[in-house]
Design a protein around this ligand. Structure first.
Ligand code: AMP
Length: 397
């Protein structure tokens, strides 16, 4: 069964074509800067790479270009769009309505639209992708895979904020958590690597990319996670602050006459590694400069310290931890961050192997703890697209 996976952002479409159930990667690509005259397409197929810059006015035009490339005489991998039996869509927010992936129908479309209030930057482009795919691939079934679904098992005492309860009752203000597809994938893969059934595995999964979140997984299910109502809460991120004292906002509002929109921009786009260092949101750039630039070093120190605090608190949540799992661009490559966040936890049964840690980079899967470590430390490259394809296959077959 040929399955197309689509991840529509506000100005981008990431896509991958799979042959299921073998999960064979047939083609994949990214269309960026949609809406601009210099939109960029990166398309990989049969070991070849095709890059093109051209005007793409909207998502409809982007999907039409995708359809043309995958069926083209030269770059194509299928001969007709009718070969695509299903389309799996990444949807960021499923609110409290969806605790697993679903076949899309009119009710689901309405549900995703209702959740748009909670994710105004993400759900509208996700919906646009769904609507366009439905008309472009009329014979295909469509499946929604939600970032929030994996975290719907979090108990009420962990998802409820200590605010007047009416805000939950009236507006559903609560912790939802994100990166669920990634946390779910690395949970399943880690269980395989540990040789345990997934419903018996206790993990702390760290998804560290430009956005970062950490999840406590008990018996294969999410029981707590660091992101909240929105992806702003929790760990330090590339440009997002993560946890701060909310009263800082009242204080700064008075000092600098700042408005809500200013805080939205400051906390989401101007904080985190970029805000502290004043240099970059990219961990690699800061690592290159940390010996000569104090603020680059401080940014990395704060990032690693916060991560270590969360790891420690989730060890308390879980008590018996099989493994700490690293994924995402920093989790898969950042041996310095892995080393610093796991050091000094020997009393809690965590012993990192420095040599294995340094060697496990660039998409390599592996165990980086010492054989004597009670809690294993694993690196598992994430595969969100593959997980979306698997869910889609399961629902459609
Ligand atoms: P992602 O959002 O998953 O693509 O991850 C992006 C983050 O991964 C950026 O902060 C990159 O600097 C970081 N990253 C990628 N490769 C490395 C590396 N070799 N060492 C440290 N960080 C890396």
């Amino acid at each position: 069964m040929i399955i197309l996976v689509i991840n529509c952002g506000s100005s981008s479409i990431k896509f991958q074509l799979f042959d299921m159930p073998t999960k064979k990667d047939m083609a994949k690509g990214l269309i960026e800067r949609i809406g601009e005259d210099d939109a960029k397409i990166t398309y990989k197929y049969n070991g070849e790479k095709h890059v093109e810059v051209l005007p793409i006015k909207d998502h409809k035009a982007g999907l039409a270009k995708l359809a043309q490339m995958i069926t083209d005489e030269k770059t194509g991998v299928i001969s007709s769009l009718s070969e695509i039996e299903a389309v799996g869509h990444r949807v960021v927010h499923g609110g409290e309505c969806y605790n697993s992936s679903v076949l899309i129908d009119e009710t689901v479309i309405k549900g995703i639209d209702e959740c748009a209030e909670l994710a105004p930057l993400h759900n509208p482009p996700n919906l646009m992708g769904i609507n366009e795919a439905m008309s472009m691939f009329p014979g295909a079934k469509n499946v929604a895979v939600f970032d929030t679904a994996f975290h719907q098992t979090i108990p009420d005492y962990a998802f409820t904020y200590p605010l007047p309860h009416k805000y939950y009752e009236d507006y559903k203000v609560r912790r939802y958590g994100f990166h669920g597809t990634s946390h779910a994938y690395v949970t399943e893969r880690s269980a395989e690597l540990l040789g345990k059934p997934v419903d018996q595995v206790n993990l702390i999964t760290c998804h560290l990319g430009n956005g970062c979140s950490i999840t406590a997984v008990k018996n294969g299910k999410s029981v707590d996670t660091s992101m909240g109502l929105t992806p702003l809460e929790g760990l330090v991120m590339g440009t997002r602050s993560g946890d701060i004292d909310p009263a800082i906002l009242f204080y700064l509002a008075k000092k600098e006459n700042l408005k809500m929109e200013d805080f939205d921009r400051i906390l989401n786009k101007e904080s985190g590694l970029l805000g502290i260092s004043g240099i970059s949101n990219d961990q690699r750039n800061l690592e290159d400069l940390q010996d000569t630039n104090e603020r680059a070093k401080l940014a990395l120190d704060i990032f690693d310290y916060k991560l270590k605090k969360y790891i420690g608190s989730y060890m308390a949540v879980l008590n018996d931890v099989d493994a700490i799992v690293f994924t995402g661009g920093i989790g898969e490559n950042g041996s310095l961050t892995r080393g610093k966040s796991c050091s000094g936890l020997e009393a809690l049964g965590v012993q990192i192997d420095d040599r294995k840690n340094e060697e496990t980079i660039r998409g390599k899967e592996g165990e980086i703890s010492k054989p004597s470590s009670k809690v294993k430390i694993l690196v598992v490259p994430t595969d969100e697209e593959g997980r979306i394809a698997s869910d889609t296959y399961q629902l459609v077959k």
